[in-house]
Design a protein around this ligand. Sequence first.
Ligand code: LMR
Length: 393
Amino acid sequence: MFEFLKTAPPDKILSLSAQFNADPRPGKVDLGVGVYRSATGETPVMSAIARAEAILLSSQTTKSYLGLAGNIEFNDLLGRLVLGESAEKREVRTVQAPGGSGALRILGETLRRVAPGARIWLPDPTWANHKALLGAAGFELSEYPYFDPATGGVKFDEMVETLRTAAPRDIVLLHGCCHNPTGANLTPDQWSGLAALIGERGLFPFVDLAYQGFGYGLEQDAEGTRILARGVPEMAVAVSCSKNFGLYRERTGAAILIGDNARAADNALSQLLASARQNYSMPPDHGAACVRIVLEDEALRQEWMDELESMRLRMLTLRQGLAAALKRATNSDRFAFIAEHRGMFSRLGLSVEQVDKLRRDYAIYMVDDSRINIAGLPEDRLDAFAEAIASQS
Ligand code: LMR
């Protein structure tokens, strides 16, 4: 039967890694997939995680099932890390999930059951896999304006204007921090404005929080999510531990629901667990068990926060260095927005042809939409890199 199938299109982000690995040129630059890299180009196991793994190895006595919600203590700790005091004050239900993607999927399916006719509104642009993943969960997709390439900022007024046209119970997907792919983020005032609009229009906020700690800081990056948690009756949050705990391949994340009251929250939780059972039964344990050990131990938690902060500051320094190098190379402020953005990504505003040419002529790999992973920038060759970018304009 398979001969009748069409080949599925390759994933635009992940297929780039294979192309990069096959490129024999020395000095090639990988700015594709969103993984943190150190100055030597490695994606290290974070030191607190390595210690937690050693503790786990010496103390674990069974690999028996934990249950559909995964590691309950991890769920509780992660809920607090994301929601702050709302974790206590609201009816929060958390389920461990296989990465942020797994969380998006089971939350998406649950929301489809709650509101079968609802559309989901995604920012324009958004993470390339949002459309595929949420479309596969059965949603009709709509877009709201988000990024303004002319200013490098958020088109907040247009965003609000568009969301005013959404129907009650429609779902609004928001990047909790470190917008992927643009790096342009909402201010706390804008989050408050959104919370008011969501309440007024009866919309349902669905936050994707994949980079907490990579933008303005661990607490600051959760502020938007917390503003919503204080101000809206119900919401969902998909959390990823891939980046901030460096657990990429361990598929560690959580799906969080906030209900208006205990009964509603429990009902929603039962649907979320049913969705987990229908998709994969139970999430993988290892990453969540390590995160639990790190967050429960004061010294390990501090070690993790310090390393995360040093990663954030390294990306900030790279942003400033690249913006300055591009100013020299172009003799203009055209790329000044790179220093203003926060998180792992910025979009350079190049055409697909220019991105192709950079790949061919300079072995510089970035996603087709000219998204670059800031952590992959060659810190000792920023001027040469900037010259290559400038040669395209
Ligand atoms: C990215 O945007 O590069 C990361 O979130 C990795 C992925 O799965 O796409």
